[in-house]
Design a binder for this molecule. Structure first.
Ligand code: KG4
Ligand code: ZN
Length: 390
């Protein structure tokens, strides 16, 4: 099955075309085309993501990325027979909420032939609603133009199934536990089976990626903070800088599986207020201590959840698992818990991308083949949950 996917939930515009097969027993994915445009340089100026700027950039980039992806997959063709006026009228209606997108769409796709694809997957939440809407409208327009079914995908389910792309041959075994750590989420999710989710614990305030970004800002580092903190912390470990800063491990003994990271950011703020930053060694020391605090809390809660659920597989996914220290520590759990399989996405699959959206769409299409027959109404849902909205 060939799935074209579109991801615009935050500041990455991404389009991919993936061939999927093997069903639930041996899901296999081969990437035929993949394009991604990161808006980081644009948002850097503001120190965070501005939804309306993200929306504008998505609209500008989607037609270009789609063309690039189709060309990579050798699915880009130009036809003489143009689409009917009725088709364009309908598309105009679909795209009416996105200023300027119809003109761009028409210019780019008026003569593009229907590619050989079976479904179009699109992220409909969680994320920034204005940004999500652009992707949804664009996907609906394509679905209409080419008469191809559309599959709405939960972004967090995309992160979970990003691990299916890793090289190693270890299938997910259920019950499985997923620790999802991204810019907007920190949650421990029990997966009783494919598509069955129960949230066991989550952050009460900031997500862990958000904490990385905010602490980076306090330390005077650019957005997004995760990779910057990561680099400094690594330097501190490599050079064995003296450990001076001490930060709390929020909620580590709370007795439940919830998290809190906003206090950690405040603690860094107070620390820097009382110990003004004068050099990079000091910055690196704080970055290492912050990373250690995050790793300790995440590990402790995950171990508790593994003991509680007797999960056979641990999936750790979301942008923050790009962090080297975290990845190393989580992979060690395979030694500590007998028979546990730990699955993490490969480097580039950790942060937002469209390939993982194709993976999740495939799993959903195998679970409920009927979704390919319906033409669902798709509404952006910024607060979409894995369990409640199923
Ligand atoms: O999953 P993602 O790409 O987007 C969301 O769905 O939020 O995650 C982005 C988050 C950002 O907060 C970013 O700072 C963090 O992932 N991140 C990292 C690293 N790379 C990205 N955090 C820690 N260490 C990293 N190496
Ligand atoms: Zn994400």
């Amino acid at each position: 099955m060939r799935i074209l996917s579109i991801e615009t939930s935050c500041d990455e515009t991404a389009v991919s075309l993936v061939e999927a097969n093997g069903g639930l027993v041996k899901p296999r994915f081969s990437v035929l085309g993949n394009s991604l445009f990161s808006q980081i340089d644009i948002h850097k100026e503001y120190g965070g993501v501005f939804p309306m700027v993200a929306k504008r950039e998505h609209a500008k980039n989607l037609p270009l990325l789609l063309e690039k992806t189709l060309k990579q997959a050798d699915e880009y063709s130009v036809t003489d027979s143009s689409y009917s006026t009725e088709a364009w009228d309908e598309i105009k209606k679909i795209l009416s909420r996105e200023e300027g997108l119809f003109d761009l769409f028409e210019q780019n796709f008026e003569t593009v032939g229907k590619p050989d694809i079976d479904a179009i997957a699109v992220t409909y939440g969680p994320g920034l609603e204005p940004a999500l809407w652009v992707g949804i409208s664009f996907a609906l327009a394509l679905s209409n133009l080419w008469n191809i079914p559309i599959v709405p995908v939960n972004h967090m389910e995309g992160h979970i199934f990003s691990v299916l792309l890793s090289e190693e041959e270890k299938p997910i075994q259920f019950p499985a536990l997923a620790l999802l750590i991204s810019g907007g989420h920190t949650e421990l999710v029990l997966m009783k089976d494919w598509g069955q989710y129960e949230i066991l614990g989550q952050t009460k305030d900031d997500a862990v990626g958000e904490a990385f970004d905010k602490v980076a800002r306090v330390l005077g580092l650019p957005y997004p903070g995760g990779p910057q903190i990561s680099k400094l912390a690594e330097l501190a470990r490599e050079k064995n800088f003296e450990k001076v800063a001490k930060l709390p491990r929020p909620m580590i003994h709370s007795g439940n599986l919830d998290f809190s990271f906003s206090g950690l950011k405040t603690a860094v703020l107070y620390y820097v207020r009382d110990n003004p930053l004068t050099n990079d060694t000091q910055r690196a020391d704080i970055a290492r201590e912050f990373e250690d605090a995050v790793v300790e809390v995440l590990l402790k809660k995950t171990k508790e959840a593994l003991n509680e659920t007797l999960a056979k597989t641990l999936v750790v996914a979301g942008g923050v698992i790009a962090n080297k220290k975290l990845r190393e520590e989580f992979l060690k759990l395979e030694k500590e818990f007998r028979d546990l399989i730990v699955k993490t996405p490969t480097g580039a699959m950790s942060t937002d991308n469209a390939i993982m959206i194709s993976c999740a769409a495939y799993i959903n299409a195998v679970l409920q083949p009927d979704i390919l027959k319906k033409q669902p109404t798709i509404l952006a849902n910024g607060n979409l949950h894995l369990d409640k909205d199923k």
